[in-house]
Design a protein around this ligand. Structure first.
Ligand SMILES: NC(=O)c1ccc[n+]([C@@H]2O[C@H](COP(=O)([O-])OP(=O)(O)OC[C@H]3O[C@@H](n4cnc5c(N)ncnc54)[C@H](OP(=O)(O)O)[C@@H]3O)[C@@H](O)[C@H]2O)c1
Length: 318
């Protein structure tokens, strides 16, 4: 498994990481098998969030780390906070969307304590702010990060789903370098590169929804972690082996046969072929799918193969 340098730090992260959003569905022995599998394939990085399974994913992970006999430094363990799903006494009751983002110092500190308790560990290797809070008071975040670093509870910091101006705003007061931005990007989610190819045009492809976040991250040495690499839409389902996406599956299959790997591996390799040195966060809890997907870290796609997959996903070349 090849490694990527995490931001401007010295840490060498596996190019493929495991996300545990779905781990709450597993028993502890099943989750321990997942940990054995990722160790076996060279994945040294785990991504979590306090809201996954309403905390149950972290509870299962914490117990599974013990059951698998993992040492604390076997894995770089990252979690995300800043989303509160409960609506409390909101008058909206059971409306489909609810809760709030909360980047207050108090919430961040309490949320990290909850993460450490559920994971049964003393510190997080990295903490990300999950989604930008329009009410973000940057000095509160800075104070929270200082306290978390000083207490030894968090070692590195980053963000998730932030645009470049939001990163600039936060970085202007935060004392620690923001190393990571976690974003949706993959074969069926190409907006962050499509708008660049359509610069100066008037079609929908030219809409800059992400603020040039890939170019920004490369300039500022932030590692992009790509979430939901095998999904279409916003977590609507996987496109792999999905009959609704015949062309992309056909072209992935051609490359898979040529390189002697699975379609998952090619979809992983497609992200890693981008020169931004991204990290791919896979979410399957199926050990075979983990092995298949991780194998993509060692596949080098040609430039034409990369473009062919981009076109097969429904994109054009202006
Ligand atoms: N920062 C954010 O806002 C954010 C948002 C969402 C997710 N995330 C992170 O990203 C991680 C990954 O998210 P994800 O789970 O949506 O990503 P994913 O790896 O793209 O999708 C996993 C899903 O695809 C299915 N799948 C994979 N390979 C398959 C195959 N060959 N055939 C059939 N189904 C297949 C899996 O089913 P099986 O289990 O059956 O393999 C699972 O349902 C999460 O765990 C989380 O850490 C972050």
């Amino acid at each position: 498994m090849h490694k990527v340098q995490l931001g401007n730090s010295n840490y060498q992260a596996s190019a493929v990481a495991l996300g545990v959003m779905r781990m709450n569905a597993l028993s502890v022995p099943e989750a321990a098998t997942v940990l054995d599998t990722i160790k076996d394939v060279g994945i040294n990085y785990i991504d979590s969030a306090d809201i996954y399974g309403a905390g149950d994913s972290e509870r299962v992970l914490g117990q599974a780390l013990k059951r698998a006999g993992a040492n604390r430094n076997d894995f770089f363990i990252q979690s995300k906070v800043g989303i509160v799903q409960s609506k409390g006494d909101s008058p909206l009751g059971a409306a489909p969307y609810g809760g709030r983002y909360d980047f207050s110092k108090r919430h961040i500190l309490e949320a990290v304590d909850g993460v450490l308790e559920r994971l049964q560990i003393d510190y997080l290797d990295a903490l990300l702010l999950h989604r930008p809070d329009p009410l973000m008071e940057i000095d509160e975040v800075a104070a929270a990060f200082d306290e978390l670093l000083a207490s030894g509870k968090v070692r590195h910091f980053g963000v998730s789903n932030f645009n470049p101006r939001q990163v600039d705003l936060l970085q202007s007061v935060v004392n620690q370098k923001l190393l990571i931005n976690q974003l949706q990007f993959g074969v069926m989610h190409t907006g962050p590169i499509t708008f660049g190819m359509h610069t100066n045009m008037t079609d929908d492809g030219s809409i800059n929804r992400d603020g040039g976040v890939i170019e920004y991250s490369r300039l500022h040495k932030m590692t992009i972690q790509t979430w939901s690499p095998f999904q279409y839409g916003q977590i609507e389902g996987t496109f792999i082996n999905n009959p609704a996406f015949p062309e992309v599956n056909r072209v992935l299959d051609v490359a898979a046969k040529k390189h002697g790997v699975s379609k998952n591996a090619i979809a992983t390799a497609w992200i890693l072929r981008h020169p931004a040195h991204m990290q791919v966060i896979i979410g399957t809890m199926n050990p075979d799918h983990i092995r298949d997907s991780a194998a993509g870290a060692d596949v080098d796609l040609t430039r034409q193969e990369w473009y062919d997959i981009y076109y097969a996903a429904g994109n054009d070349m202006p």
